[in-house]
Write a new protein. Structure first.
Length: 390
């Protein structure tokens, strides 16, 4: 009898549990069915690509805020969008407001064209304005100058991303965007450099600080192809980004030329596999100093104990550095950006606040100059190849 009673109790418990489970299921609201797209033409965005722009649509991997070529379209006014005629959804973009923004941007840029006496192509992204007055330039897979301009704008944004990673900084750390001007006419370069960089140059110049400007003449006797123009742009813009970040102070004239010139060469070497560009180097000995891959030269100098002492390279303004000192400055910065990732920003802050190297290194890198030099030499021997470029 006790066994039977136990069985009955178990059955009752199971029955109650089933009732509760069913009740629970009944109280659970049914899952919301996935939303269906009502308009396959625009995916319910209410806008589609402007049909009149056609193949003239801007093509960039980074968002483009404004483009003078796109603004020439009478149908869309540069928005490159039009309302979808096949759905009732309101446009996700206020097209009238966007047109007004583009018109205001064009008006703000017009004084540049007035100064030069002719219109130039121009575009803008989150961190750069690019004036691109180059009518013909060969870039593999790029059909025309308009698309070439967007390639160069993307390259600038790529540099900005790498710079932020290397310094451990973010958008909030910059005082403003950089305006890059690329010219195919020497007279335009001379006029633009004098007006916007405050130094007359028929080759290239820059204004550093809170509102940086870079102006470069695409002289094919000096910059033979688009790759060399790219390298010159990278070098000059790297200087400007370093001057702009945190405080608008250029460390190159605060006895920290080695981080100023060294970092600019880091990006050349990273992107092109060699160093191609110098700033402020005018004397004959410097001009004769070879460009190219520097890893083997630096490694051989360390192995043979012929490398200059670290403290003889530091403590100089950029303009005072010799070509050989720039080579080792590049390697010091290469070590910091690759061997001590994210630390360069703290070092830049220290020098920008006018600290000397003996104070800056312990503060930013937790090592004194002698420790830095020893660690750098060890890293060079472990990292650099002793084989030169073939």
């Amino acid at each position: 009898m006790e066994v039977q009673a136990g069985v009955v109790r178990v059955l009752v418990v199971l029955a109650v549990a089933c009732v509760l489970a069913v009740a629970g299921l009944a109280q659970t609201p049914p899952a919301t069915p996935p939303a269906t797209v009502q308009c396959a033409t625009c995916n319910d965005r209410g806008v589609v690509a402007c049909r009149m722009c056609g193949r003239a649509q801007c093509k960039s991997t980074h968002p483009v805020l404004y483009c003078s070529e796109a603004a020439k379209c009478r149908d869309c006014g540069g928005t490159q969008l039009e309302e979808c005629a096949k759905c009732e959804h309101a446009p996700e973009v206020d097209l009238a407001k966007r047109r007004a923004e583009i018109t205001a941007w064009l008006a703000a840029m017009k004084p540049i064209d007035d100064t030069l006496g002719h219109p130039s192509m121009r575009c803008e992204s989150a961190h750069f304005t690019l004036t691109f007055d180059i009518k013909a330039i060969e870039i593999k897979g790029v059909a025309n100058a308009h698309l070439a301009m967007h390639v160069f704008l993307d390259r600038l944004e790529d540099l900005f991303s790498d710079f932020c990673k290397d310094l451990g900084c973010g958008e909030k750390d910059f005082l403003g965007s950089t305006h890059v001007m690329l010219w195919s006419n020497e007279k335009d370069q001379t006029k633009a450099s004098s007006k916007y960089t405050l130094q007359s140059s028929n080759t290239e110049s820059k204004l550093m600080g809170a509102k940086p400007v870079v102006s470069i003449f695409f002289d094919k006797t000096r910059l033979r192809d688009e790759s060399e123009l790219h390298a010159a742009m990278v070098h000059e813009v790297a200087h400007c980004l370093l001057s702009n970040v945190y405080d608008g102070v250029w460390p190159g004239n605060l006895k920290a030329g080695w981080i100023d010139e060294g970092l600019a060469h880091v990006y050349e070497n990273r992107y092109f596999g060699e160093v191609r560009h110098y700033c402020y180097v005018e004397d004959d000995a410097s001009k004769a100093y070879k460009f190219g891959r520097w890893e083997s030269d630096v490694r051989n100098a360390v192995e043979q104990k012929k490398a200059p002492e670290f403290l003889t390279v530091t403590g100089l303004d950029t303009v005072a550095m010799s070509a050989e000192q720039r080579q080792f400055a590049w390697s010091y910065c290469d070590y910091i950006t690759r061997g001590l990732p994210g630390k360069f920003g703290a070092l830049a802050k220290a020098f920008k606040s006018k600290r000397v190297v003996s104070d800056a290194l312990p503060l930013a890198l937790r090592m004194n100059p002698l420790e830095f030099e020893a660690n750098w030499k060890k890293w060079v021997l472990e990292t650099y190849s002793n084989k030169g470029k073939k």
